[in-house]
Each structure stands twice: as C-alpha cells, then as structure tokens.
Design a protein around this ligand. Structure first.
Ligand code: SF4
Ligand code: SF4
Length: 184
C-alpha cells in the first residue's frame, strides 16, 4: 500500500531533493513565457526523435524531483473526477456518490467536470495522498509526461510549467536540448 505516494511517477521518486517551492514558484513565474513560447513552436516543428528526447529528459527529471517533498499539484490544482472515480473513492470512504460530491466536489460551469471545491485537496494529509490506492485517474496520470504524442499535450504542459517542478524541469531540458542541437 502506497498511501504516502502521489502521482504516477512517485514510485521512482525516492531520492531526496530539497525542493524549495517558494523559489520554484518565483523562477517558474519568471520563465513561464519563454517555456510557453517554446511549446507553442513545438506545435508546428517537432524533431523526429522527440519521443527519445522526452524519454531521456524525463528520466533525468525524476532523478532530482521528489514528489513526496513537493505535492504542489495537490496544493494548488484540482483533479477532474470521472463517474468511475467518484464511485470508487466514495465506496472506499463508505459513502454514497451523492454524499461524496456534496461534501467535497462542485461541477465546473463551463465544462461540467467534477472538481474539488477547494485547494489544497482534502485528501492531502501530511503532504501525502490519503486515498492513493483509489485516487482519481487524473492524479494517477499526472504530470502526463508519458502521454503520446508528447506535443499533443503542449497546452497542458504550458499550463503546468509554473505549478509542477517536474514539468518545469522537463520542458526546460527539452528547450535547451532542442535549441542547441536542431535548426530552430
Ligand atoms: S507538482 Fe509535479 S513534482 Fe510536485 S508532486 Fe505534483 S507531480 Fe510531483
Ligand atoms: S486525490 Fe488529492 S491528494 Fe490525492 S493525488 Fe489527487 S489531488 Fe493529490
């Protein structure tokens, strides 16, 4: 049971890294524009070996980022809950789906998605996910670095570079690599 773990990549994140979230937020806010511009350009111009570049850069990211010292996604963002997520988590908590949504969720007006009423997430306890084994699919897949093709998620990464230190590092590494080695 991994009730102290958070995202899909946490299983590989045991290396301690003194993650300074205040510093991350300041640095990411400063560089978000440049990283977003790189991702925008990547919409039109994708290096042929992009999957290999992403794989190598992602491996490096998880050698230094430790989600258990971070949890910034759980503190500042909300997952979307599918019907299956709601049924599974409610049953785990011995609640009905209605009790569960009434207590913690709201429907987003523009999308109709079920999301948390407030942040940090109510299930984040002592910087750990208290429902890890039944967490929403969205949380299990976050930060989506393994999605294929990578560039189909550029908007997601662009939105997350100032929220997730792992995504910030990944996009920074890709930007440095692509700009150094390709005609760009
Ligand atoms: S914000 Fe990113 S680095 Fe931090 S816990 Fe979430 S997935 Fe891990
Ligand atoms: S359910 Fe909440 S605490 Fe658990 S991983 Fe998702 S956002 Fe984080």
């Amino acid at each position: 049971m991994f009730n102290f773990l958070l995202c899909s990549n946490h299983l590989t994140c045991y290396i301690y890294h003194p993650m300074d979230l205040q510093k991350f937020r300041r640095t990411a806010a400063r560089n978000k524009g440049k990283l977003a511009a790189f991702l925008k350009k990547l919409d039109e111009l994708v290096p042929e070996d992009m999957p290999l570049l992403v794989k190598a850069a992602d491996r490096e990211v998880w050698e230094t980022v430790n989600c258990m010292k971070c949890a910034n996604c759980c503190k500042t963002m909300t997952p979307t809950y599918t019907k299956a997520d709601i049924g599974r988590i409610a049953a785990h908590l011995r609640m009905t789906a209605r009790q569960f949504t009434d207590k913690w969720l709201k429907k987003e007006e523009d999308t109709g998605d079920w999301v948390n009423q407030s942040q940090p997430c109510q299930f984040l306890i002592d910087n750990k996910c208290s429902i890890y084994e039944v967490r929403p699919k969205d949380c299990a897949e976050f930060p989506h670095h393994n999605k294929k093709p990578f560039d189909a998620y550029n908007d997601t990464f662009s939105n997350n570079v100032d929220k997730c230190p792992a995504t910030y590092l990944l996009v920074s590494k890709l930007k440095a690599k692509v700009e150094a080695e390709y005609e760009w």
